[in-house]
Ligand binder design. Structure first.
Ligand code: URA
Length: 423
């Protein structure tokens, strides 16, 4: 049967299911330039408004995977990956990948750069002198065999349909659609070729999904697509109303990750890293105690080998912002709120993030949260330390932070890990 873009758009506009053949055709034709951007924009908006059911979303994902290469990772160990939907201070990939490798699995972690208020794993690692994000597929496989963990940029051949469509959704107000987000994330992860995947679906002010219902719906959609593709997949729903850990930025987050790998660091980072590692290992049938391996220093050894394998010097001093500014507590009491979104925007304004894809980031810019919700403060006590090379940015960062924290009579009680969904 011959398809046309207009027929496919009309079908979805009028609230019908798309057939498998329509989906396969339109994704392929868009990737190859037969369907134009304006036609795909209209279809994305029709999907945004009328949705796609579980089977349509699974087929859409399959078509996006089939638009490019699919890696086969035969590296002599079970392969397992993790994906976070993104948050503020979310540096968990950094300690997690070497930890899971030290426990016996292989972790191919193809990552991205930051855009807006959430940071990017590659930007963080690039603050390590000499470290290189671009690896060939052969280098990825060889490092997985020798070290067990790789964190690097995704190769361009993976899910090219998603690359094109994501850029289009970004400029047509069609990003926030659960079937489109779920198929976008999963097409890249399935193309990466790991046997198992653990998703960290964030919920709260600093996350994509602001409400628990939305986050649960996204987690369910992601897990269901994974199952449809034969992947062992779990999703943890975790809190992102407060920044993770105490450091938000690039070099500061690497430094905090190294602390955790050396057996110290904030409890929330350790707890989430261990919980995700336990889930990843159980999905590939490895019984190990990640908490003990973290405390033993073996995960740090794997980290150092992973950084060296990519040209970095794990012992080199990390950059810090040349200018510092301290925000102090305005009164006595418990810190009840430290809003993830406000801190993320402030760090971004200090230079840690970028507004456009091609902008550089400042490795040394960021924020140290000197207190976290639940801590008792006295008036004048240091609460936040801002770091930047561009002091002119400090007033705009302070403006973002001005309504980002509250002091009250009682400590808050927000669980970090809210639920787990397994496929
Ligand atoms: N991350 C992705 O990779 N895709 C989306 O659509 C949203 C977040």
């Amino acid at each position: 049967m011959t398809h046309t873009a207009v027929d496919v758009i009309r079908a979805k506009r009028d609230g019908h299911r798309l057939t498998d053949a329509q989906i396969d055709w339109v994704v392929d034709a868009y990737t190859n330039g037969v369907v134009a951007d304006e036609q795909m924009s209209a279809l994305a908006m029709a999907i945004f408004l009328n949705g796609m059911d579980t089977a349509e979303t699974a087929r859409w994902t399959r078509a996006m995977v089939d638009s490019g290469d699919r890696l086969t990772l035969d590296v002599g160990r079970p392969t397992v990956d993790k994906h976070s939907t993104g948050g503020v201070g979310d540096k968990i990939t950094l300690p997690l990948a070497p930890l899971v490798a030290a426990c016996g699995a292989a972790v191919p972690q193809l990552s991205g750069r930051g855009l807006g208020h959430t940071g990017g794993t590659l930007d963080k690692l690039e603050s390590i002198p000499g470290w290189r994000a671009q690896l060939s597929v052969d280098e990825v496989a060889s490092q997985l065999r020798s070290v067990g963990a790789v964190i690097c940029a995704a190769t361009t051949g993976l899910a090219p349909a998603d690359k094109k469509l994501y850029a289009l959704r970004d400029v047509t107000a069609t990003v926030e659609s659960i079937p489109l987000i779920a198929s976008s994330i999963m097409s890249k992860k399935i193309a990466e070729g790991a046997e198992a995947l653990v998703l960290d679906v964030k919920v709260g002010s600093g996350a994509f999904m602001k409400s628990l219902d939305q986050a649960r719906a996204l987690a369910t959609a992601l897990v269901s697509i994974g199952v449809d593709h034969g992947l062992r997949v779990s999703a943890l729903l975790t809190d992102m109303s407060v920044p993770l850990g105490r450091a938000v930025g690039n070099a500061v987050e690497v430094a905090e990750s190294v602390e955790v790998l050396q057996g110290n660091g904030p409890a929330d980072i350790i707890d989430l890293t261990v919980a995700l590692a336990e889930e990843m290992l159980s999905r590939v049938g490895i019984s190990a105690s990640p908490r003990d391996v973290l405390a033993s220093g073996e995960a740090y050894e794997t980290w150092a080998r992973m950084i060296r394998a990519q040209g970095g010097d794990p012992e080199a001093p990390l950059p810090t912002g040349r200018h510092k500014h301290i925000v102090t507590a305005p009164s006595d009491g418990y810190l009840t709120t430290l809003d993830a979104y406000a801190v993320g925007v402030a760090a971004w304004r200090l230079g840690a993030g970028r507004a456009r894809k091609e902008d550089p980031v400042q490795p040394g810019a960021g924020i140290l949260c000197l207190a976290k919700p639940g801590d008792h403060l006295t008036k004048g006590q240091p609460l936040l330390e801002l770091q930047t090379d561009t002091p002119d940015a400090i007033p705009a960062a302070l403006e973002s932070l001005s309504s980002g924290y509250e002091i009250g009579d009682r400590p808050p009680t927000t669980p970090l890990i809210i639920d787990t969904i397994r496929g």
